[in-house]
Design a protein around this ligand. Structure first.
Ligand code: MIG
Length: 663
């Protein structure tokens, strides 16, 4: 049962696709105080678990901390952080009373989940203009599925996007990319995508290509495709201010950039230097910007990643002016009176300054809306611009699309990657814990930068992370310029990488099938254990094991120097190990706790009692997979419903896509 309540005049975010009648009165859970903005308080029971919030810090159970929805380009995801790149305002209380709440509010909103007071949930925002949806149901899982049916079908990528992708900030020339392709193909490491970071562009201008580095870009894209490798360029939000740059000139002429109060374009520095921000919340501007992707699709590009779309701002001319004044004062001050900390914080505060977000406006259906009031919708609508354009460009074709910033609703147009993590073991664990929450909020096609983006990855970290990445729909090794080079060929022992990535390809028939079923049925691909074993008091607390699809459980190793790990089985299961010699070992294990050995060069998973899964032979790209010869792993006399389609078009509802498999 879903009830909708409106407060004030909610902004239409289009997060929800279903229409609901408004309920009168107050929600049956918690109390609402409208005296200062909006504030909902709910008294939690001692053992209540709180799920949700999608891309957020810390655990699967969100209880015990404060989270703030405020899309932020902050590359340091330490435990103290309250905001990341996305805002996914959906929570589910599970315990004495079980219900879900979605706060459809496009600006900053705070979830104090038993932090200030252990038993108090407080959700508050400055302006009481929002829609609140309250969902009741049989279980947390049931509530999540109801929510998913309200927000519309999750984005479905082309099948090649289930392959492995290699990325690094710093690849610039045709030769750089060819080297990545060659190393993979020569050493027989599967590869489907190479990502192009900002250096492929001419002066960081969107929808441009550096012609010195790519004398014939179209030919380059097609040569790579002949090797079954797709090139996936990045698109940044800000448009460079440069005379004669067509996108800049058109945007100004048509009034499609965000404007300041005085009607002039808002300016901020990002990678290209000073830029203007396209007004993605304006339908016409969205159509205009979306059509620019044609520049690349017409040259054969089939996928993109959208970056810097919180939007990230390095500084504005106004901010810089203030900082320079502070610096001048600093220089003139006597040594004893100089505040180094003071100047530091002025300079450190230049980027993503809240004041700057109050300094520009959107033009939404003729109405002027100040950016900070709809801040969390910006990345969503950039990706929507692309998604709507792909529908026009080729309505029956699937394009790969994922974004850094997001809001619920964007999950219909693209996936996300979880931004600038670090080469830390704790960030591998964070990746594991975040996946089910992302799924609850509709983001199925997602993953983290495998190996970690900043800092230096050790070989064992990369291998363990890849072994978990085998199961994330988006499987991409990405790292920052200046860090230890992180391609597999920078490390010893290519065979270990070949084996682990190879297992991903062996599992694609199953992983793709489960992904598609989850997308088509508004279901989860990754689930917390609690969703499958709600009565099991141990399982409901476990956060480092995940259920994937309907058949398997994962227990990834995320500790350095470990030769395996402890795992809890809520029921009997079959422990499957993909050994480094290519063999597959299956071992039945009783319900209870076990130590499982998992070597650095192995991939393991558990098959649930009475179930089976298909595997195929490995291949070096998705296009080369032979999915006609499948072997079944798991329990004798069990059945599996396999979904398969051509992976290119959108013939999802065809009953012929399903096939009964037997072990
Ligand atoms: O300010 O394009 O999260 O994946 O490599 C950094 C360079 C901008 C941030 C993205 C990262 C990407 C990087 N970008």
């Amino acid at each position: 049962m879903i009830r909708k309540y409106n407060y004030g005049t909610p902004f239409e975010t289009e997060a929800i696709v279903k229409k609901f009648e408004l309920s009168s009165g107050s929600p049956e859970f918690g109390t609402i105080d409208l005296s200062e903005g909006f504030c909902l308080e709910y008294l939690m029971d001692e053992m209540d678990i709180v799920y949700g919030l999608g891309e957020a810090n810390r655990g699967i159970n969100k209880r015990g901390y404060i989270y703030v929805s405020n899309n932020t380009d902050d590359a340091i995801h330490t435990e103290d952080k309250q905001s990341l790149y996305g805002s996914h305002n959906f929570i589910i209380l599970s315990g004495k009373e079980t219900f879900g709440m979605f706060f459809d509010y496009p600006s900053r909103i705070t979830f104090d989940i038993g932090f200030t007071h252990h038993s108090k949930l407080t959700v508050s925002c400055e302006e009481a203009n929002l829609s609140l949806y309250v969902i009741t149901g049989d279980s947390a899982y049931d509530i999540v599925k109801q929510f998913r049916s309200m927000i519309g079908r999750s984005y479905i990528p082309p099948k090649f996007a289930f392959g492995f992708g290699q990325s690094r900030w710093g690849y610039a020339t045709k030769e750089d990319f060819e080297k990545v392709a060659r190393e993979h193909r020569e050493q027989h490491i599967p590869l489907d995508m190479i990502y192009m970071d900002i250096d492929y562009m001419d002066s960081y201008k969107d929808f441009s290509v550096n012609e010195d580095n790519f004398p014939d870009f179209k030919a380059f894209i097609s040569e790579m495709k002949q090797q079954n490798i797709r090139m996936i360029p990045i698109i940044d939000a800000g448009v460079k201010i440069e005379k004669d740059y067509d996108i800049y000139e058109e945007g100004v002429e048509k009034g499609f950039f965000c404007k300041k109060e005085d009607g002039s374009e808002f300016t901020a520095a990002v990678w290209p230097g000073y830029t203007h921000m396209p007004d993605f919340l304006n339908q016409e501007a969205r159509t205009w910007f979306g059509d620019k992707y044609r520049f690349l699709t017409e040259q054969g590009v089939e996928g993109f990643w959208n970056d810097m779309n919180e939007p990230a701002l390095f500084h504005t001319p106004e901010g810089l002016k203030r900082a320079k004044e502070a610096a001048r004062e600093f220089i003139q001050e006597e040594d004893e009176k100089c505040s180094v900390w003071g100047l530091n914080s002025v300079l450190g505060g230049l980027a993503n300054n809240p004041e700057d977000y109050k300094n520009f406006y959107h033009n939404i259906d003729g109405q002027r809306v100040r950016h900070d009031k709809v801040h969390n919708l910006y990345g969503y609508n950039m990706t929507r611009a692309a998604g709507e354009a792909f529908e026009r460009i080729d309505p029956d074709k699937r394009f790969l699309m994922f974004s850094r910033s997001s809001y619920i609703g964007m999950h219909r147009y693209g996936g996300i990657w979880t931004g600038d993590n670090k080469s830390w073991w704790s960030h591998l664990l964070l990746n594991i814990k975040m996946m089910p929450s992302l799924n609850m909020c509709g983001f199925l096609y997602s993953g983290a930068d495998i190996g970690g983006f900043s800092e230096n990855a050790s070989r064992d970290l990369l291998l363990r992370w890849l072994a978990f990445g085998v199961f994330t729909p988006l499987m991409r090794n990405h790292s920052a310029a200046g860090t230890r080079e992180q391609e597999f060929y920078q490390f010893e022992g290519a065979e270990d990488f070949r084996h682990i990535i190879g297992v991903r390809y062996r599992l694609i028939p199953y992983l793709y099938s489960e992904f598609m079923k989850a997308a088509l049925q508004d279901d989860l691909y990754f689930k917390p254990m609690a969703f499958e074993y709600p009565e099991d008091k141990i399982a409901t607390q476990i956060e480092d094991q995940l259920m994937l699809g309907n058949e398997i459980m994962l227990a990834p190793v995320y500790t350095q120097n470990a030769t395996g790990r402890f795992v809890y089985l809520p029921e009997e299961m079959i422990f499957v190990t993909f050994k480094s010699d290519g063999s597959i070992e299956e071992k039945r294990m009783e319900k209870g706790s076990h130590f499982i050995p998992v070597s650095l060069n192995e991939v393991s998973l558990f098959i649930r009692k009475g179930k089976c899964i298909p595997v195929c032979q490995t291949a070096e790209s998705v296009d080369e997979l032979d999915t006609t010869k499948l072997t079944m792993l798991g329990y004798e006399n069990s059945e599996y419903l396999l979904y398969e389609d051509d992976g290119v078009h959108k013939d999802y509802e065809n009953p012929g896509n399903y096939q009964e498999m037997k072990k």
